[in-house]
Design a protein around this ligand. Structure first.
Ligand code: SF4
Length: 58
């Protein structure tokens, strides 16, 4: 499973507030890949909550 942030990110912080283990936002969101596997439910929730569809889960 891989999680990427695409160029649509507006740095709103929603993903970080849902799952701060995986997402950190400083201008744009960044992904802590090592935490993804243990937090897949929250990652999917964040991807659905992102207002601009910037979180790509593959
Ligand atoms: S929720 Fe989406 S737009 Fe907001 S910081 Fe996260 S990736 Fe970027």
């Amino acid at each position: 499973m891989s999680v990427k942030i695409n160029e649509n990110c507006i740095g709103c912080g929603a993903c970080e507030s849902i799952c701060e283990a995986v997402f950190s936002v400083d201008g744009v969101a960044k992904v802590n890949e090592s935490a993804v596997a243990a937090n897949m439910d929250e990652v999917k929730e964040a991807a659905e909550a992102c207002p601009v569809g910037a979180i790509e889960v593959e």
